[in-house]
Design a protein around this ligand. Structure first.
Ligand code: APR
Length: 308
């Protein structure tokens, strides 16, 4: 069973993709009475219409995640008008710690993938608050960022995103690090295929993609995260050993410790099987250092009582 905590836009989008793929039965959990049940009922009707044979249920009771082997944590608040980033960290830290306790109690062997922002700091908090091995704590970031980069490259080259490998590492935020030199089409680096201007435009569009969606429709992205959560869940469920970009808690990899950051990982049964170290040049490593510093600043904003 796959448990999805947070029956908001991201959680429901994930439930739709996962159920269409018939990966597993789903339980949606939310604190708002009626919301997860209502979303589940609507989706269950859709599955009945499409003849899909998985069940989707909704609940406000964490007992109902008992036995889940994958928990997708999509609960939390976006930044509201006039709200500082520190206030958002404190608010979402409270949500994540509350959920962490419930997951430890009811799904102690689960692989967890979290989307709550500020992402890398919340991954770190989830890691500390659950005490789970780092293999089972995964932050959802790079699949979205690199998926977006692929989209922008694809538009420039008129080549399918399926034939493009785009790599974005670092913080899930303004300090993310698209890597055009290591992004390729049939082994050819982007920097050799496109002009400097085009590469710069793609990099900017990738970094600003999330903000652009909010600007256009008034709220943050959900289909991209939903789709990404579905393919990552599939990799874990089917033990695919596929490589994804995701926020992982590092213990010496890339020269960092005690921080969680977006890097390539191999996902299969049990979660992260391997962290892949990219051959970064000096400039790229320096930019990654800056990105990691930004994450450490977010982590420092977590009220110490939650890190206990
Ligand atoms: N337990 C369960 N659900 C909770 C809790 C909690 N402790 N706290 C909040 N929620 C629920 C809310 O009731 C809401 O239904 O989380 C849901 C969040 O849904 P949305 O507001 O639609 O937010 P969404 O766009 O789905 O984003 C969720 O992921 O991408 C990130 O920045 C985004 O942090 C945000 C999270």
């Amino acid at each position: 069973m796959i448990a999805i905590i947070g029956a908001g836009r991201v959680g429901v989008a994930a439930a739709i993709y996962i159920s269409m793929m018939e990966l597993d039965d789903i339980v949606l959990i939310d604190i708002i009475k009626g919301r997860p049940q209502g979303e589940a009922l609507d989706l269950a009707h859709a599955l009945s219409i499409l003849g899909k044979s998985v069940s989707v249920t909704g609940s406000n009771d964490y007992k109902d995640i008992s036995g889940a082997d994958i928990v997708l944590i999509t609960a939390g608040f976006p930044r509201g008008p006039g709200m500082t980033r520190e206030e958002l960290v404190a608010k979402n830290a409270e949500v994540v710690v509350d959920i962490a306790r419930k997951v430890v109690e009811y799904a102690p062997n689960s692989v967890n993938i979290i989307t709550t922002n500020p992402l890398d700091a919340m991954v770190y908090l989830l890691y500390k608050a659950t005490g789970f091995p780092r293999e089972r704590i995964i932050g959802f970031s790079g699949v979205l960022d690199s998926g977006r980069m692929k989209y922008y490259i694809s538009r420039k080259l008129s080549i399918s995103p399926a034939s493009i490998e785009a790599i974005v590492i670092g913080q899930h935020g303004e300090k993310m690090l698209p890597l055009p030199r290591l992004s390729t089409v049939m082994g050819k680096p982007l920097t050799e295929i496109l002009s400097e201007n085009d590469v710069e435009e793609i990099t900017k569009e990738t970094i600003q993609a999330g903000a652009r969606i909010i600007e256009l429709r008034g709220y943050s992205s959900s289909y991209g995260p939903g789709a990404g959560l579905a393919i990552m869940s599939e990799a874990v469920k089917k033990d695919q050993n596929k490589v994804f970009l995701a926020s992982a808690c590092l213990n010496g990899e890339y020269g960092y410790k005690d921080v969680c950051v977006n890097v390539p990982v191999v996902l299969g049964k049990g979660g992260i099987k391997k962290i892949i170290e990219l051959p970064l040049n000096e400039k790229e490593k320096q930019l990654l250092d800056e990105s990691v510093d930004a994450i450490r600043k977010n982590i420092a904003q977590i009220p110490p009582k939650y890190l206990g």
